[in-house]
Design a protein around this ligand. Structure first.
Ligand code: ZN
Length: 96
């Protein structure tokens, strides 16, 4: 009996060590796409809410100097996309 309970204990120990990676998932997500907004180091992968956007549309908000890559479609992280959306909404259509 004593042997059996000991074996059990060992098993639970090794499984808890294995589950280490699932904790703190907000800490470091390993993505493949970086956000193209200058100074922003977030991931722009689809899995974390990233978006693709035409360069020209993004320059409306950040300007050409605010975007780190000049490509037809840049990648935006979720917070940057939200910023863009907010800016576009708050922008008056006609200012005259
Ligand atoms: Zn960003």
């Amino acid at each position: 009996m004593g042997f059996k309970s000991r074996a059990r204990k060992r098993r639970s120990e090794s499984s808890s060590a294995k589950g280490k990676g699932s904790e703190g998932k907000d800490e470091e997500y390993e993505g493949t796409l970086r956000c193209d907004i200058k100074g922003c180091e977030n991931w722009a992968d689809k899995g974390v809410g990233g978006r693709k956007m035409a360069y020209d549309r993004a320059t409306d908000v950040w300007g050409t100097s605010g975007i780190s890559r000049k490509v037809r479609k840049i990648s935006l992280c979720k917070p940057c996309y939200r910023t863009w959306k907010k800016e576009k909404k708050g922008e008056p259509k006609e200012w005259e």
